[in-house]
Design a protein around this ligand. Structure first.
Ligand code: HEC
Length: 194
């Protein structure tokens, strides 16, 4: 008998004893599982994915701009991009990445305008119907290998649901996708009335 099998047997025996002496342990374990927060691994390859757009200093409020400039770059996994081109909707297992970068004006031969500098943050908007409550979840990465889904009370969900043009995503700002969604008739009612 291999080592692996031996381990399996003894684990099963232990579990049997545990279940007899602690009858509530099982349901408590199931509850913990249901409530545990879904996690996502850092999408390390996102720079090889499909590029959707860049924004600079985008802001949703009319207040004065911040004193430093910021770029954001949006990427999506190629399988999801292909499905969007066919249907105008995001399929299950879509991962969208928003990479935030600082802006620089002085460097090398540049005399005017701005170019992108260091990464300031990576945010993810992912669809996973089996794992994420509501199908979609938001995640923030600040150098960590995995991240927990942000609670559904976070402001991300509200703004994206109210204003995102397709499936709570900001397709209105992704110039290769907006014509597709328009043609397929998948733009949200909220976006169309804005
Ligand atoms: C007030 C509105 C608003 C809020 C709040 C907001 N976002 Fe967004 N988000 C946007 C806009 C607008 C874009 C489009 C950016 C672009 O065009 O470059 C965007 C794009 C994104 C994208 C790219 C994929 C997509 O869904 O279009 C991600 C990822 C993202 N946001 C994550 C987050 C996270 C995480 C939070 C919360 C911590 C958040 N956002 C909060 C407005 C918002």
């Amino acid at each position: 008998m291999s080592y692996l099998h031996k381990f399996t047997v003894s684990a099963a025996v232990l579990y049997g004893l545990f279940a007899v002496f602690a009858p509530h342990a099982r349901s408590r374990a199931a509850n913990t599982e249901a409530k545990s927060v879904p996690t996502l691994d850092y999408p390390a390859d996102y720079r090889k994915w499909v590029y959707l757009s860049s924004g600079i200093d985008m802001s949703y409020s009319a207040t004065a701009p911040a004193d430093h400039h910021m770029f954001d770059n949006v990427f999506v996994n190629p399988e999801a991009y292909d499905a969007f081109v066919k249907t105008g909707m995001w399929p299950d297992k879509t991962t969208l990445v928003l990479e935030l970068r600082g802006s620089q004006e002085k460097g090398s031969i540049n005399h005017r305008g701005s170019y992108q500098a260091e990464v300031m943050g990576v945010e993810v908007h992912a669809r996973d119907d089996a794992r994420l409550p509501g199908g979609w979840g938001f995640f923030e990465f600040n150098g960590a290998k995995t991240s927990q889904m942000l609670p559904q009370t976070a402001e991300c969900y509200q703004c994206h649901a109210a204003h995102g043009a397709v499936n709570t995503t900001f397709v209105q700002f992704y110039p290769t996708l907006l014509p597709i969604a328009t043609q397929k008739g998948t733009l949200s009612q909220g976006y169309k009335t804005e």
